[in-house]
Design a protein around this ligand. Structure first.
Ligand code: NAD
Length: 501
């Protein structure tokens, strides 16, 4: 049996509602293998009644889960991490089949997913708030952290398990219950988590499948207290508007247009800056929210940088994502590929030049798009202003750090930024002046579970990961305790005691 056949034969595409595997009762969606364009599976989606049922069972499960001692919740999350690691091979293969990301990257993704569960298992049992100085010595004053309640986790297709874990793990660690919806393009790996969650009380995690309509019903439900979303800016804005109606909490991780600045002082390490740039631009075929999408390179090293970048790009292997030697797989869908190709064509019409790439990599089937290096794109083109989400690296010469920083800050996004430099003053200036949620120096795109992740401006609202990622799913209560029952001098009557103080 091929890897594809074995994964398909073992597929269970049922939903998880209240601890039960149930078939979806609405229309089926077709999951395609983006490398072959063959149908991989049909998944029956959640009906309106099933969405409502999932939210209702989550609500029922919430109180007991909140009362479960934090150390027991921690054990349950560590168990999820262990099961993820045990099933890493099958999960990574399934993610590769449905999403097209190379197997090596999906194997890493399962590892990072498990690490997020381990991290929040410990963070969740480390603190329940803090003691603050009381107003009087007979008093105790506390800041208590409590769960928000029912959390909806709505995620995109590019990192289906990791981006789910960044919501699910802290939500559960904080005593919340969840209703999760993967992207309609990649529901299989999320539904395959169901057996790995069997040890959790029924209803604590519910897994639904469906497209935007299912997401919309979840978001609109009065019993959903918080929506944690990763996806596009337009969808994020819709979710924010729907949640504003009933003042539900939101945590939004949206698009990016990350700049990548290369300074003259990199000197003889210009080749490393080029390799780092290519990886940052082409990882997962450029379908990373923090993909480097605009390169600003000091004029005196521009020619050398473009040459090194193009040479390196020419050696990358585009092909079957299940092949361990493949660097870059197909894009996720025909529509996503078309969007990238249209944006690039418009830039070329405006005067840009494609130095290498931007073809189908010699393949007749599959949504392949060979990594492209582009020069001469005018500053007002969408290629330099709006999210591309594909393997395209536009490189622009700049005359000064001032100009690089100004251009870096010139879009409506502010997710991440990369800088290659050895100069301490440049580091400090960029760190302070670039408006982005993460600023990486000389090591692009490295995530850290303890480091908050999210965006400035239209790239998002709130943070995932780190302690901030747990606080996103916590309510804050100030508790004021007086241990003596005695009248206070500032009560009525005012006249004799000199007022209310
Ligand atoms: P998308 O917005 O189309 O869909 C994301 C999810 O939202 C899917 O599950 C989808 O079914 C659901 N959805 C769609 N309409 C909805 C609605 N009205 N109500 C509720 N849910 C709805 O995004 P996508 O195409 O799946 O993902 C690509 C986008 O994700 C890119 O813009 C990328 O930048 C962004 N992204 C951001 C981050 C980050 O952390 N900032 C990470 C990865 C991807």
């Amino acid at each position: 049996m091929t890897g594809e056949e074995s994964s398909k034969s073992a597929l269970d595409t049922r939903l998880l509602i209240g601890g039960q595997r149930v078939a979806g009762e609405a229309g089926a969606l077709t999951v395609e293998n983006p490398a072959t364009e063959a149908e991989l599976a049909r998944v029956a989606t959640a009906s309106e009644d099933q969405v409502d049922a999932a939210i209702a069972v989550a609500r029922q499960a919430q109180r007991a889960w909140e009362r479960t001692p934090a150390v027991e919740r921690a054990e349950a999350l560590h168990e999820v991490a262990a099961r993820l690691r045990t099933n890493a091979t099958e999960l990574a293969e399934l993610m590769t089949l449905e999403g097209g990301k190379p197997l090596v990257e999906n194997t890493d993704e399962v590892g990072w997913t498990a690490a997020a569960f381990d991290y929040y298992a410990e963070i969740g049992r480390d603190s329940a708030g803090r003691v603050i100085p009381s107003i009087e010595s007979t008093q105790l004053a506390l800041v208590v952290k409590e769960p928000v309640g029912v959390v909806a986790c709505i995620v995109p297709w590019n990192y289906p398990l990791l981006l789910l874990a960044w919501k699910l793990a802290p939500a559960l660690a904080g005593g919340n219950v969840t209703v999760c919806k993967p992207s309609e393009l990649t529901p299989l790996s999320t539904l395959a988590l169901a057996p790995l969650l069997e040890h959790l009380p029924p209803g604590v995690v519910n897994l639904l499948a469906g497209a935007g309509d299912v997401g919309e019903r979840i978001v609109a439900a009065p019993d959903v207290d918080c929506v944690a979303f990763t996806g596009s800016v337009p969808t994020g804005k819709r979710i924010a508007a729907a949640c504003a109606e009933r003042v539900a909490r939101i945590n939004l991780e949206m698009g990016g247009k990350d700049p990548f600045i290369v300074c003259s002082d990199v000197g003889e390490r210009i080749d490393v800056a080029a390799k780092g740039g290519a990886w940052a631009a082409f990882l997962n075929a450029g379908q990373v929210c923090t993909s480097a999408e605009r390169f600003y390179v000091m004029a005196d090293v521009y020619d050398d940088y473009v040459q090194a970048f193009v040479d390196y790009t020419g050696g990358l292997r585009v092909g079957d994502p299940l092949d361990p030697d493949t660097d870059i797989g197909p894009m996720v869908s025909a529509a996503q590929r078309q969007k990238v190709s249209d944006q690039l064509e418009a830039a070329v019409a405006a005067g840009a030049e494609v130095v290498i790439g931007a073809d189908a990599a010699g393949r007749e089937r599959g949504h392949y798009f060979s990594p492209a290096v582009v020069t001469g794109a005018p500053v007002e083109t969408e290629l330099l202003r709006e999210e591309t989400f594909g393997p395209v690296a536009p490189i622009v010469p700049v005359d000064s750090l001032d100009q690089a920083i100004e251009l870096a800050n010139s879009t409506r996004f502010g997710l991440g930024a990369n800088i290659y430099t050895r100069d301490l003053q440049t580091v400090v200036r960029c760190m302070r002046e670039i408006k982005a949620g993460t600023v990486w120096f000389n090591d692009p795109l490295t995530d850290n579970d303890a480091g908050p992740f999210g965006g400035f401006k239209q790239s998002g609202l709130g943070r995932e990961l780190g302690r901030e990622g747990l606080e996103a799913f916590q309510e804050t209560k100030h508790v004021h305790i007086e241990t003596e029952i005695a009248p206070k001098e500032w009560w009525y009557p005012y006249g004799e005691t000199g007022g209310s103080g």
